[in-house]
Design a protein around this ligand. Structure first.
Ligand code: NAG
Length: 760
C-alpha cells in the first residue's frame, strides 16, 4: 500500500514537473491531415508541406492572399520554396503558427591591423507582410571582444563577447565567453544589426593570434544552434554553417482583424473543431488552431478531424483496452486489474475488498501527509523557480561561468550570495538599515552571520539589455583591487533587482566631514584633506589607466568619497560608471552625474571621457579648500556654482576671502598655490586642457611633501596671502543650469540629472 501512495505522489510530482517544462518551450504542431491544400492545388514543394492558408504559385488562387503565395522553383535541386516578399530566404518549415526561413548572418571581419575588412549587416524588414520575428529567436554573437546588438521598435538588445587568454577556457556554453545570447523581448517586424569593437581588432587581443578575424551575429532559433567552443570560434566559414542550419522563426497571422472582428464580418473565422487565436503583434490578425485531440486544416472545410489515438500507440501509448472518443481516448486496465494502463506495467491485480479497506485505513492519513508535503514542495519549487529565473535573467549563469573560467585577482574572493543571507543581514531590508539613497539605488547596512558588517546596494531596475552589460561590468569591477576603492565582496542575482555587497566603510562620507561639523564630526585638518585628495586621485587614476578596461567613474563627488576609521579614503558607487575599451577615448552616453559636479563639456556634447571625472574631482578639491558646498543658493547667481565661484575668485585674486580660514593657517604657501592652481586646471572648461588623473596624483603627491615649516609664523600668513599671485587662464566658465526644486546636496542624498535622447 505504501508503495502505491508513493507511486501516486511521484506521479503527481511528475505531472507538476511536466507542466512546468511545457509552459516554457514553444508548442507548435505540424499540420498532419491530408487536406493540406485547396483542391486542385499542389501541397508540396519538394519535401516541404505547404498547407493552406499558404499556397504554391504566385496569384494561383491557392493561398488565402498575396502574402501567403509560395514560389516553388523546381529548377533548383532540391526544389526551393520562397515567399514573394522575402525572396532572398528559402522556407524550411511551415507550422500552424510559425514559418522557419533560412537565415543571413551579420559579420564583421578585421584586417590584422584592426581595420574592417568586410561587413555584412543583415537587417530584415517584414512590414506589411503577415510575418513578425518570433520571440523564440535569440540574438547570438560569436567572436572576441565585441559588442553586437539589434535595434528595432523595442529597446536595443545586445550582448558582449569576451575572449580570455587561454583558448581552452572557451567552453561549449554560450554565456559570454566568445559566444553570447540575448533574447528578443517582443515580436518585432524588423531589426538592424550593429557591431561595436571593444578593441582595435580581434588579433590584437591578448595575443590570441589564432582566433577568427570575424565576429558573427544572427537572430535565429536557439534550439537549432549549439555552440562548439573553440571549433566554432576558429571556423572562418561559420556564417555559412549557421545559415545552413539555424533558421529564423517567423510568426504568421492572417490579415489585421482580430478573431471577433473576423467572425463578425465573415460569420466564422475558423472551421469546425478548431479555435481562433489572436495574434500578439501590434497590427492584429488571427490564426486558427485545431482543438486538442483533433487534427487537420482548420481553414478548409470540413475543418479539423478527430484523431484516432488508438491507432497511434507510439504517440498515445496504451497497455490496456483503448477506446477512441471525440477529442480524446480512454485506456483502461484489463478486467481484474487496476492502475494506469497508459504507462508500461502500470496495471496491477486488484486488491481484495478487505485488504483495500485496511489499506485505506492506513493509507488515507499517508495520502493526506503526502498531499500536504506535495503542496509545500510545489510552493517552494515555485519560489525556487522564480529565483532561478531572476538569477538567470540577471546573468548569474554568465557570471558563474566567468568565476569558473577566470581565477584572477579579486574575482577569486567574489562571492555569490543567497537572497536569504542578505535578507537576514538587513532584517528584510528594513528602513532603519538604510545608509543612503542615490540615483543608482539604495544602500543598506547588513550584518552577516560571521558578524562582519557589509554595505548592500539594491541597484536600479535594469532592462534586458542592461543586464548583460551589468554582468560584464560586474566581472570587471571584481578585478579592481586598490586600497582606496571600496571592495566589492559579492553579489546576489536571485532577486528581480540585482544586489551588490560591498565592504562597509564606517566613518561616513567626505561630504559630511567637510560640511556637517555641527553633527560632532571633527574638522579635517589640512594634512588630512591633502592626503584624502591624493588618495582619491590615485584611485581614480587607477580606474582610468590601470585596469583591464578604462573605467570612468562618472559620479565623482564628496558624497562618494568615504572614510574609514583611520580616515583612509575609499571611493564608492560605481553604479553609473562606464567602461571604456582601451584605445577608445570617448563614448557617447546618456548624460548622468550630479549637479554642481557635472563636466559642462560632457553636458553639452554627451561625449564622455576620463576628463569628466577630472572636472568633478576639481570641484571636490575646491570643496576641500573652501569648505563650501558645490552649489549654494545664498551666493549671487553667477557664483552659485562652486566651480565658477572658485575660478572667478582666483581670477580676481580674491582667494583669501573664499578659502577656509583654518587652511590658510595650516597650509604652506606652495601647498595653497599649488592646490588652487591644480583645482583651477581641473575645472578648465576645455577638457583637453585639463590634466589627466595621473598628473593630478603626481602633483598632489609632491604638494604633500611641501609640509609646513615649523618656523612659519602664523601672523605672517595673512600678509603672505595678499601677495599670493596665481595665474588664471582666461576661460569662459560654464554655469550649470540651476534647478530650484528640492534637490539636496548633503549627506547621502544625491541628485542626479539626466538628459534623454543620448544613448549609446
Ligand atoms: C530557380 O533556380 C535556378 C537554379 O538554382 C536559378 O538559376 C533560377 O534563377 C531560379 N529561378 C528564379 C525565378 O528564381
Amino acid at each position: 500500500m505504501e508503495t502505491l501512495v508513493l507511486t501516486w505522489v511521484l506521479l503527481l510530482m511528475f505531472s507538476f514537473a511536466a507542466s512546468d517544462t511545457n509552459s516554457t518551450s514553444e508548442t507548435y504542431t505540424l499540420i498532419k491531415a491530408t487536406n493540406f491544400a485547396r483542391p486542385n492545388c499542389q501541397s508540396k514543394c519538394g519535401d516541404l508541406v505547404v498547407p493552406y492558408p499558404f499556397g504554391i504559385g504566385i496569384n494561383s488562387g491557392c493561398s488565402i492572399g498575396p502574402g501567403f503565395d509560395v514560389y516553388c522553383n523546381t529548377s533548383s535541386d532540391p526544389p526551393r520554396a520562397s515567399l514573394e516578399s522575402i525572396s532572398y530566404a528559402s522556407i524550411k518549415q511551415i507550422s500552424d503558427s510559425t514559418l522557419r526561413i533560412s537565415n543571413t548572418v551579420s559579420t564583421r571581419c578585421y584586417f590584422p591591423d584592426g581595420n574592417i575588412q568586410s561587413a555584412v549587416n543583415f537587417s530584415p524588414y517584414f512590414n506589411n507582410t503577415p510575418y513578425t520575428i518570433s520571440e523564440v529567436n535569440k540574438l547570438t554573437v560569436i567572436g572576441c571582444n565585441e559588442y553586437a546588438w539589434v535595434t528595432s521598435k523595442m529597446k536595443p538588445t545586445g550582448c558582449l563577447v569576451i575572449c580570455y587568454e587561454q583558448e581552452d577556457d572557451i567552453g561549449d556554453d554560450c554565456s559570454g565567453n566568445a559566444c553570447c545570447q540575448s533574447s528578443i523581448p517582443e515580436p518585432i517586424n524588423y531589426y538592424v544589426t550593429q557591431f561595436y569593437a571593444l578593441q582595435e581588432s580581434n588579433f590584437s587581443n591578448n595575443g590570441s593570434q589564432t582566433l577568427n578575424p570575424c565576429t558573427y551575429a544572427f537572430v535565429g532559433d536557439v534550439e537549432a544552434f549549439k555552440f562548439n567552443g573553440t571549433t566554432d570560434l576558429k571556423d572562418t566559414s561559420l556564417d555559412k554553417k549557421i545559415e545552413a542550419n539555424v533558421p529564423i522563426v517567423l510568426d504568421w497571422a492572417i490579415g489585421d482583424l482580430s478573431c471577433s472582428e473576423a467572425e463578425a464580418i465573415n460569420g466564422t473565422a475558423c472551421q469546425s473543431n478548431s479555435m481562433c487565436v489572436n495574434s500578439k503583434r501590434e497590427t492584429g490578425g488571427y490564426r486558427c488552431k485545431c482543438n486538442e485531440g483533433y487534427e487537420g486544416n482548420p481553414y478548409l472545410s470540413p475543418g479539423c478531424q478527430d484523431i484516432d489515438e488508438c491507432k497511434d500507440k507510439l504517440q498515445f501509448p496504451c497497455h490496456g483496452t483503448c477506446v477512441n472518443i471525440p477529442g480524446n481516448y480512454t485506456c483502461k486496465c484489463k478486467q481484474g486489474y487496476s492502475g494506469d494502463a497508459k504507462i508500461k506495467d502500470g496495471c496491477s491485480r486488484k486488491i481484495p475488498i478487505l485488504q483495500l479497506t485496511l489499506g485505506l485505513g492506513l493509507g488515507f492519513p499517508a495520502i493526506l501527509i503526502g498531499l500536504w508535503v506535495l503542496y509545500f514542495t510545489a510552493k517552494k519549487r515555485k519560489l525556487v523557480k522564480l529565483r532561478e529565473k531572476f538569477f538567470e535573467k540577471n546573468g548569474g549563469v554568465l557570471l558563474q561561468d566567468k568565476l569558473k573560467t577566470k581565477g584572477g585577482v579579486g574575482i577569486g574572493s567574489m562571492r555569490i550570495f543567497q537572497v536569504e543571507e542578505l535578507e537576514a543581514a538587513t532584517e528584510n531590508f528594513a528602513e532603519n538599515r538604510i545608509l543612503g539613497k542615490g540615483g543608482n539605488g539604495i544602500v543598506y547596512k547588513g550584518t552577516l552571520p560571521d558578524k562582519s558588517v557589509v554595505a548592500i546596494k539594491k541597484s536600479q531596475r535594469l532592462d534586458e539589455g542592461q543586464r548583460v552589460q551589468f554582468i560584464n561590468e560586474l566581472v570587471i569591477l571584481t578585478q579592481i583591487n586598490h586600497q582606496n576603492i571600496v571592495q566589492l565582496l559579492g553579489c546576489c542575482l536571485e532577486t528581480d533587482i540585482p544586489l551588490l555587497v560591498y565592504e562597509f566603510i564606517s566613518n561616513d562620507t567626505l561630504n559630511r566631514h567637510i560640511h556637517n561639523q555641527t553633527s560632532g564630526l571633527e574638522r579635517l585638518s589640512w594634512n588630512n584633506r591633502l592626503r584624502i585628495a591624493h588618495e582619491s586621485a590615485s584611485a581614480l587614476a587607477y580606474l582610468h589607466t590601470d585596469t583591464r578596461m578604462s573605467i570612468i567613474h562618472r559620479d565623482v563627488k564628496s558624497t562618494n568619497i568615504l572614510l574609514d576609521d583611520n580616515y583612509t579614503t575609499k571611493i564608492a558607487d560605481f553604479g553609473a560608471s562606464r567602461l571604456v575599451p582601451l584605445g577608445h577615448d570617448q563614448v557617447t552616453t546618456l548624460v548622468q552625474g550630479t549637479l554642481g559636479y557635472l563636466d559642462p563639456e560632457y553636458f553639452h556634447t554627451g561625449q564622455l571621457t576620463d576628463k569628466s571625472d577630472v572636472y568633478s574631482f576639481g570641484v571636490v578639491l575646491a570643496e576641500l579648500l573652501t569648505g563650501k558646498k558645490p552649489i549654494n543658493i545664498d551666493r549671487c547667481l553667477d557664483d552659485r556654482n562652486l566651480a565658477t565661484y572658485f575660478v572667478n575668485a582666483m581670477k580676481e585674486n580674491q582667494l583669501l576671502e573664499i578659502l577656509e580660514h583654518q587652511i590658510v593657517i595650516e597650509a604652506t604657501d606652495e601647498q595653497i598655490k599649488g592646490t588652487c592652481d591644480l583645482a583651477c586646471r581641473c575645472l578648465n572648461i576645455a577638457s583637453e586642457r585639463r590634466p589627466s588623473m595621473k598628473e593630478v596624483t603626481m602633483d598632489l603627491e609632491s604638494l604633500r611633501k611641501f609640509g609646513k615649516h615649523p618656523w612659519d609664523c602664523q601672523d605672517m600668513k595673512y600678509n603672505k596671502m595678499s601677495s599670493l599671485m596665481i595665474e588664471v587662464e582666461d576661460v569662459d566658465l560654464y554655469t550649470a543650469p540651476f534647478i530650484t526644486n528640492s534637490d539636496t546636496f548633503g549627506g547621502y542624498s544625491s541628485s542626479s540629472i539626466g538628459r534623454s535622447n543620448r544613448t549609446l
